[in-house]
Design a protein around this ligand. Structure first.
Ligand code: ADP
Ligand code: MG
Length: 390
């Protein structure tokens, strides 16, 4: 039996958040705001290197029902555990001061206030159909839905790029979860029918047409449901290696090495000084630089209406993440290999890695066949059953 995780329609999500708000706080909210999860088509581990990435918003969204209060208190409830309402004083929010998921909510209020914006206390009830902890960015869906709500109920009129930056600060500094900015940009700035080409150097975006159905295709999202320890340390280690390489090469970010032809190749050769550290650094940097190049090629194909030809780029991205960046895992490798064997045009892990999700570009009429084949491969390998997000 293959498990599918369906998206709620907007009405359902709103109703659920309203009902939860009523149960938790006994009044009606001022309104309900929402933000989606995302998958990244290509451009992985490039965001914190000032690079390019290409996420698309999922149909799956997180809904935040919010009511502004007159005081400085924030009270939070989530459908996760509807019986628990947490209260805190906004003035006491600081790095390290808030534990659990409430930190994502409090962090947004904190980031807005850090910019001197007048954010009053509030009550918030959260419900969501975004799979949590699956690399589909439920955390940004949460922080961004709250950012839209606080912007509206406090009449702040901030633009979405500024709100995305606030959500990045909320996650990094208050929730203590390192994030490079792609997730928040996708949640707040992506448009239907388009992928979001995000330039992480200056946060500029371009909306690139992306409509698989129009070409008889579909994007299968595979949640491996793998649980791996040590993920945080690995992410921090990759970032540190990239920072160190940039320092050795005398550039602000690795992205600068993709601006002039030949620089990337020279940098990779220069880093490999024959020591194990040098060899490792060169491989990590090779992933980042070739991945940025793949984003450019992928976008060129989309611009030319050639989504069907992007499969090899997806495959190459996966190989680079697996072999050079070493952030894949058995579940992700099984997922992409099984998808390809069942006819996918291309497949790759998406998100940070070490578990989470994979994507496969498939013929629309083969969606269920490929999903079934992936589920069968997981069963054969003795892995926990995956879920499919559609
Ligand atoms: P991802 O963003 O890939 O889903 P993260 O580990 O970055 O994974 O974020 C998951 C965390 O975000 C959860 O542990 C929780 O703290 C918070 N979160 C996400 N969605 C919800 C929700 N609906 N209710 C409460 N907390 C949530
Ligand atoms: Mg996240």
């Amino acid at each position: 039996m293959t498990t599918w995780v369906p998206a709620w329609d907007a009405g359902t999500g709103e109703e659920r958040a309203r009902a939860l708000f009523d149960t938790a706080f006994g009044v009606a909210p001022d309104g309900v705001w929402s933000a989606p999860g995302r998958v990244n088509l290509i451009g992985e581990h490039t965001d914190y290197n000032g690079g390019l990435c290409l996420p698309v918003a999922l149909a799956h969204r997180t809904f935040a029902a919010v009511r502004r209060r007159g005081d400085g208190t924030a009270r939070t409830a989530s459908a996760w555990d509807a019986s628990v309402v947490t209260a805190l004083e906004l003035a006491s929010v600081a790095p390290g001061a808030v534990a659990g998921w409430t930190a994502y909510v409090a962090g947004v209020a904190w980031a807005l206030r850090e910019r001197g914006l007048p954010v009053a206390g509030f009550d918030v009830a959260i419900d969501s159909c975004v799979p949590v902890g699956s690399g589909l960015s439920s955390s940004a869906a949460l922080s961004c839905s709250v950012a839209l709500a606080l912007d509206a109920v406090n009449a702040l009129a901030q633009d979405r790029a500024a709100l995305a930056a606030d959500c990045v600060r909320a996650e990094n500094e208050i929730a203590g979860a390192p994030t490079g900015g792609m997730d928040q940009a996708a949640a707040l700035r992506a448009e239907p029918g388009h992928a979001l080409l995000l330039d992480c150097r200056d946060q500029s975006v371009r909306h690139v047409p992306f409509d698989p159905a129009a070409e008889g295709l579909a994007l299968l999202v595979i949640d491996t449901r793998a649980e791996h320890a040590l993920v945080d340390g690995q992410y921090a280690a990759r970032r540190a290696t990239c920072d160190e390489a940039a320092r050795l090469l005398g550039v602000a970010t690795l992205r600068e090495l993709t601006d002039a032809p030949g620089d990337a190749e020279h940098a990779i050769v220069a880093l490999d000084d024959g020591t194990p550290d040098g060899e490792l650094r060169a491989r990590r940097v090779r992933h980042v630089l070739t991945e940025i190049a793949r984003v450019r090629e992928f976008v060129a194909l989309l611009d030319a209406g050639r989504l069907r030809d992007t499969g090899p780029l997806l495959d190459a991205s996966h190989a680079s993440l697996r072999d050079d960046y070493e952030v894949s895992c058995r579940e992700l490798d099984v997922a992409v290999e099984a998808a390809r064997a069942a006819g996918a045009l291309g497949a790759r892990m998406t998100g940070g890695g070490f578990g989470g999700s994979a994507i496969a570009l498939v013929e629309a009429d083969a969606l269920v066949t490929v999903a079934d084949a992936v589920a069968a491969a997981f069963a054969r390998e003795g892995l926990r059953a995956p879920a499919f997000v559609a």
